[in-house]
Design a protein around this ligand. Structure first.
Ligand SMILES: [Zn+2]
Length: 56
């Protein structure tokens, strides 16, 4: 998914799997918490599940 040649695009590491994701997605109108910090919904849900476990 990530093209190493697109070095001009700023990337941030996914908070779960540390995969680099383009920070430009933050500008998407549909940008939500999970697309800002995670490569996808799966990683976001992993993080969210962990938060729930720590809370209980
Ligand atoms: Zn990820």
């Amino acid at each position: 998914m990530i093209d190493k040649n697109t070095t001009q695009i700023e990337t941030i590491p996914c908070k779960i799997c540390l995969q680099e994701i383009p920070s430009s997605v933050n500008q998407n109108a549909e940008a939500d918490e999970y697309v800002s910090n995670y490569c996808g919904l799966e990683c976001y849900q992993q993080w969210r599940d962990k938060q729930l476990e720590e809370t209980e």
